[in-house]
Design a protein around this ligand. Structure first.
Ligand code: PLP
Length: 281
């Protein structure tokens, strides 16, 4: 059994530490306020083929939060220290955390944690997910005009996202699609929503404040290159029920087919293998 690994950025270098060693103090604003951002990077075949997209998004999140960023090389160093001699046959999830540290202009905290992808995630990848739609209670356009709501930033404040997943489990489902106050599709708590309809792939507009998914961006670029048109569409739950197929996309889980939506069984019109091939590209 491969066990978890941790690396921290200190004094201009990456240091691998025992995972049980304390690496942040109780004063860290990432702990006390969730004041920081993070990325989840897939480790597969002993490497991180999608790291570049995550580096870009971490920088963007830090900029949106006015958070000091120690530079891409520092992030590469902590990730690289963990991935070195990670077994090629074990898929891993590498979480990179960047927090405001102790605040008041002190250096940010940067650390990374690498652990095997959980068995339940691997099961969902293979078998698909049952999803419920839940409201996020925000108007679809509010975050575009309200930068303090941190739309588009992958902040550490995921307590609501985790609570939504617990609500899904209470309702006998695996996952969630959030909707806006008016019923527009947003995203999953840890994924981007993509659906196939009318010969196109669709995903909701980033102007709603959802996270711009690196996996969705890769899929849409590969699909366009392969002659499968794509569109950014402000859809509703009815569009998902009417779609040929619906997927939740994330770097760790890839394209996971939605097999049940608000209690209704649904198929994928045999499209999931093509989507996976495009992502494997
Ligand atoms: N939306 C949210 C809220 C997420 O947490 C994630 C996963 O990190 C995604 C979308 C999908 O992003 P990516 O494909 O870059 O993993």
């Amino acid at each position: 059994m491969t066990s978890a690994r941790v690396a921290v950025w200190t004094d201009g270098g990456a240091r691998v530490v025992d995972p049980t060693e304390p690496v942040v103090t109780a004063l860290d604003l990432g702990l006390g306020r969730g004041d920081g951002c993070f990325e989840s990077v897939l480790v597969t075949g002993g490497s991180t083929p999608q790291l570049a997209g995550h580096l870009t998004r971490l920088r963007r999140s830090a900029a949106l939060m006015e958070l000091a960023h120690p530079g891409d090389d520092a992030v590469r160093a902590v990730v690289g220290a963990l991935v070195a001699d990670w077994p090629g046959e074990v898929d891993g999830a590498c979480r990179v955390f960047l927090t405001r540290g102790l605040g008041d202009g002190t250096p940010p905290t940067l650390l990374a944690l690498l652990a095997p992808v959980p068995a339940e995630t691997l099961r969902q990848r293979a078998q698909g997910v049952a999803v419920v739609t839940l409201t996020l209670g925000l108007a679809a356009d509010v975050r575009a005009a309200s930068p303090w709501l941190l739309g588009g930033a992958k902040t550490l404040s995921y307590a609501v996202n985790m609570a939504a997943l617990r609500e899904a489990h209470r309702r006998g489902a695996d996952d969630v699609v959030f909707t806006s106050l008016e019923g527009q599709l947003l995203e999953g708590p840890t994924s981007t929503v993509v659906w196939a309809a009318g010969g196109r792939l669709h995903t909701p507009p980033p102007e709603t404040g959802i996270l711009a998914g690196t996996t969705q961006a890769r899929l849409f670029a590969a699909a366009e290159a392969d002659g499968w048109p794509t569109a950014v569409t402000p859809g509703t739950v009815a569009d998902l029920h009417a779609a040929d197929a619906v997927w939740l996309l994330s770097g760790i889980r890839g394209a996971t087919a939605v097999v049940r939506l608000d209690g209704a069984q649904r198929g994928d019109a045999g499209l999931t293998p093509r989507v996976r091939e495009l992502l494997a590209g």
